[in-house]
Ligand binder design. Sequence first.
Ligand code: TYM
Length: 332
Amino acid sequence: RHRVLSGMQPSADSLHLGNYLGALVNWVRVQDDFDAFYFIPDLHAITVPQDPEALAQRTRVAAAQYIAGGIDPERSVLFVQSQVPEHAQLAWVLTCMTGMGEAMRMTQFKDKAAKQGQDAAGVGLLAYPMLMAADILLYQPHGVPVGDDQRQHVELTRDLAQRFNHRYGETFVVPAGFYPETGARIYDLQAPTSKMSKSAASPNGLINILEEPKKTAKKIKSAVTDDGTEVRFDREAKPGVSNLLTILSAVTDTPIPALEERFAGQMYGHLKVAVTDAVVERLAPVRERALELLDDPAELDRILAAGAAKAREVATPVLEDVYAKVGFLPPL
Ligand code: TYM
């Protein structure tokens, strides 16, 4: 069976609707057809400052949300990145094969470095994509299900895999990005031209999976809409309405044209009611299950330890092969 692999940073107290619809739903969908590896990239999280206690808690929260969202740790390998040291070990080799210019062209690096100021930004931000390439290449997956915003990192991963294979002989499978068709990008409810993100300007712009349903309803009701009255998908002229249509389409598995037909002659308010009901209905059981799992952190840690052991069975021989090819002495 072919493999897939993906991860989401534990950098907030909850995943948001963009992570859920842009990534997690897709992960769940593919876990039946592939050997799936899903992990929590806590090494990536520390590329920006993190409070240690909060990071540990957020890592468990992320794991609970993966499981509550439908990742089955019996069928998929679910683990925490820092518990599989091969990620950091392979990352160094790939970092040494990456050009400075190549790394500096990554738009996520440019955005994050600009936010922190060139001098304050850590070198980890620049090294981030090579660590991500290591995450992927260690497991030889054919597909990497991610949102559209990770495209550039997946492209770099492909380049590095090809470069390594060329220089040292066939080693890595060159992976493809799997990008979802709907819900590929969910935008901020208050600023629907920027993607929904934990660093949203207004807390009302993003929906957190673990927040009270009442709060979610309120945020959708106060979502920014556009001029005019027609419910129509038009990213340029109607970013707010288009975002609501995207969300409804993803949550209810209904194509956008069918939704446009259904809301013909209706007002923005009708659309908002439908989106609210659908999102709340969809998220409520996920939230409840996640909170239940978090009540028993020891059990959660046990699931993650079992996942890390399974991950290492795959990662260790790949790293050993790489180290030998690079010219390192055999492992002790
Ligand atoms: P991260 O943690 O920023 O995002 C996790 C996943 O959620 C998707 N996503 C969105 N999708 C739709 N709309 C949005 N507003 C939205 N915001 C986030 C992202 O596309 C992503 O799929 N670098 C990765 C984490 C990572 C990784 C990996 C992924 C580390 N190593 C190896 C795959 C394979 C990241 O920061 O994603």
